[in-house]
Design a protein around this ligand. Structure first.
Ligand code: CDT
Length: 321
């Protein structure tokens, strides 16, 4: 048996501050057409895919900041993505900055959605692990002000079912999917919470500078760490992981590419090789998850949650933080 979902990792090269959303969406539509031409069921775009990575600057004027956010989805600019996806019958994952009024309060989130082949939003996630800092830190070569510009996501990590149509044998291509955004991929909790919901494929968009101002000693390891976290997250939870970068030299800041598609074995089966707009495609059999979920990582059988709790409590008693 096989449930093959063909996935396109649609890496984007740099987006300049002056680039309009229309220009960026033209590039995304080009990648979406390429994905369709390669038989993809879904195309995965990066985090904050519609604009430059604006948290690298300290803006004082709220209007300047809010210009980077979407107030509706689809909105006037993004409607074309939905229309094209529907006419091509291809799904997509999109990361964007979200400005929303909830209970009379304006809130800002670093958000992603998954859209099905009919153009319906079937999953929504708001980034939980916000990296960086809240206050202006002029000593840095560039800022990373996600903690200033976004609230911590309030939707949790929710796996959801999706159906991508029928294969050539008439079998439904359905599975359990999850989303995360950039820094989330470095945290084992992200994968495990989704893994406990039997997730079979996780979509992750990212913007990762090569240089990490507080820890420049990590810079040379940025690709290694990118692969390490997604490969181990995939293997330890028996799930596919699709990680997609916004890459290249964006407004003077070098961002890694290294977009990868990882199998439940932990092996990389698809990868981008440039730091520009590029599509990597892989045929991903969701049934490959079964072997890992039913043997080495059979959670029901082998996890020991009661014992994890005991160990944490004992450690707390001996060496309080
Ligand atoms: N966008 C984002 O979350 N970027 C962070 C940079 C942290 S510096 C290592 C990331 O984890 O890639």
């Amino acid at each position: 048996m096989a449930r093959i979902i063909t996935v396109g990792a649609a890496q984007l090269g740099p987006i300049a501050l002056a680039d309009t959303r229309a220009q960026v969406i033209d590039r995304m539509l080009d990648l979406m057409h390429q994905a369709k031409g390669n038989g993809c069921d879904i195309v995965v775009f990066p985090e904050l895919a519609l604009t430059t990575f604006f948290p690298r600057w300290y803006f004082e004027n709220q209007q300047d900041i809010d210009a980077f956010y979407e107030r509706e989805m689809p909105g006037p600019d993004t409607q074309r993505l939905f229309d094209t996806a529907r006419s091509l019958a291809i799904g997509f994952y999109l990361g964007y900055a979200e400005l929303v009024e909830e209970l009379g309060v304006l809130r800002r989130f670093n958000t992603s959605i998954t859209v099905d082949k009919a153009g319906n939003i079937i999953g929504k996630y708001r980034k939980i692990h916000l990296p960086g800092h809240r206050e202006h830190e002029p000593w840095r070569r560039f800022q990373h002000l996600e903690k200033r510009y976004f609230e911590t996501g309030n939707l949790g990590f929710n796996a959801f079912r999706a159906n991508w149509g029928q294969d050539v044998h008439g079998q439904e291509k359905q599975g359990i999917f999850g989303m995360a955004i950039c820094n989330d991929r470095r945290w084992s909790e992200t994968y495990r919470i989704l893994g406990l919901q039997a997730v079979e494929m996780i979509f992750i968009g990212y913007n990762t500078p090569v240089h990490n101002p507080p820890a420049p000693e990590h810079d040379a390891l940025s690709h290694f760490h990118n692969e390490l976290v997604m490969q181990s997250g995939a293997y330890q939870n028996g799930t596919w992981v699709v990680g997609v970068a916004k890459a290249g030299n964006e407004e003077g800041v070098e961002q890694i590419g290294n977009s990868i598609i990882v199998a439940p074995s932990g092996e990389i089966v698809g990868a981008c090789t440039t730091t520009g707009d590029e599509l990597a495609v892989a045929r991903c059999d969701l049934d490959l998850c079964i072997s890992y979920k039913t043997t080495t990582f059979n959670f029901e059988r082998h996890r020991q949650p009661e014992h994890y709790r005991m160990i944490v409590e004992r450690r707390g008693a001996i060496a309080p933080d």
